[in-house]
Ligand binder design. Sequence first.
Ligand code: FAD
Length: 538
Amino acid sequence: MIELDSSYDCLVIGAGHHGMILSSYLARSGLKVALLERRLMYGGGLATSEVTQPGFYHNLHSINHFEISNAPWFKDLGLDRRVKYITPRYEFGQAHLDGTALVFSRDLEETVANMARFSRKDAETFRKWNARAEEMTAKILMRERFAEPMSQAEREGLLSRTEIGREFLEICQRQPLDLVEELFENEHIRLLFLFKVSLFGTWLTDTMSKTSPMGSVVRAFDLQSGYQLCEGGSFNLARGLMESFIAAGGTYVPQAAIERIVVEGGRATGVELSDGRTIRANQAVVSTLNVHQTFEQLVGREQLPTTFSSKLDKFNYTDWTLFGVHFALNETPRFTAASFDPNIERCQKWSLGAETMEDLVSAFEDVKANRPPRIIQFGSGALSMIDPTQAPPGKHTTYAWHVMPYDPDLSGRDHESWKAEFSDQIIETFRKYCPNMTKDNILATHTYTAKEYYQELPNMHRGDIFMGTFSSDQVMYNHFGYRSPIPNLYYAGSGSHPGGGVSGGSGYIAAGLIAKDLDIKPWWTPYDARASLESLAS
Ligand SMILES: Cc1cc2nc3c(=O)[nH]c(=O)nc-3n(C[C@H](O)[C@H](O)[C@H](O)COP(=O)(O)OP(=O)(O)OC[C@H]3O[C@@H](n4cnc5c(N)ncnc54)[C@H](O)[C@@H]3O)c2cc1C
């Protein structure tokens, strides 16, 4: 291990994007910061590697990054000088076995025209909802995403002062499934909206039939904010963040085997490593791991008040994971449906395999019953078409993510042979939509399941990519919280608002709170949810 000083101002645990964002803000505030990571490689869920053949860059974890280049931390940390994000014109596409395809563009008129080929009525309904949704996203959702949540009473009080706020609150009460079924008559349109609202690549069993105070359902209807691709692969965001941290004078500590967070005199004072060394933190210890790793394993229940322990007991993880297949290709997937709409071949996110609402629900039921879904349906995307640097010149990459239980009942089959067979089933389904997904065209594949990513990232509890469900009792004013009952100990991981996924939110928000607690005048202007909601009335 690298040589370390015996004390720092702040120790940050976990060099995923949350840890790196937080560390950069603190280091740029003049604090002496060490960022401790279990693995050799930093980045966590921002991983890109040549797992199939040289020159094919596969993003093994996150691929679709929501509106990153407009995130406050991306701007504050000057990341546009180090990292490039591509905003594709065609964000979502769904091909159908009848040879048609539905494509959502960033352009309203184009999307409305595409929808009208399936249902004029639905297209007009969408147009009406879109205008309102764009405003809600810009004025409420994106502002709250990067600010410490207010109490329910205060938030609802402020929102109910204005028409847009009241409408937003009303939408928060709606279940995505019911709303989509009520608004739209066409099955294909309903399906693509559910795919869009489910965050990425798959639907979420936790949110599809429940309400969310976050109001994420609004995102089904806006077009202006959406998913982007990190040029060259997702790891480039991690690289940019690490460069920014190092440039600010921070110390990166890879292969840190942390035994425990040291609590002395009731305060967090450092961490103890497995080689017996203790590294001191004079001002703050911050964890970006999952909440149980942090408070059960590293702190210990005996140090925690019982009310906090029962909060830990109630904290839930998702019961679905992702089964991934990464492809190195000669040709990009060519769709039969391209003769209906050629832009299907340029979408960042494809929904393939679910042709009806029953198909979608069957996958939900299979996961709940702990068996591999019987109707193959997955998320994918035209990665190297949008970003040619992710493959050698003239070659291509794509992927398939399929929803899956963590440890499905395989009726005695061994895991490896089942993995190979399930990958083949995915390829077979892919070929129904893209006849060129043949053995000749597929140069190599790499199958990557929750077993692998949980081993690499033990914070992704039993394959939960979000490290906590987005259920209403765990989001917004019910989130886990950034401050802990132990002075100087903070939590800035995915269990806190705005939750999992690559948003950077909890690292960014925690930086503002820690600066405040340490009496440091922030060099940036932290987002303030109260001010944003108050300004709705002006
Ligand atoms: C297959 C897959 C696909 C995904 N797709 C998307 C997507 O398209 N879009 C999206 O937004 N999100 C996606 N995600 C989710 C996204 O990757 C995570 O939500 C995100 O990485 C969370 O960031 P984080 O910083 O909280 O945690 P992480 O990125 O997981 O970083 C945590 C870090 O802590 C380290 N660590 C763990 N234990 C210890 C320990 N004991 N001591 C020290 N360090 C430790 C880990 O090694 C890791 O580097 C996907 C995830 C997976 C697995």
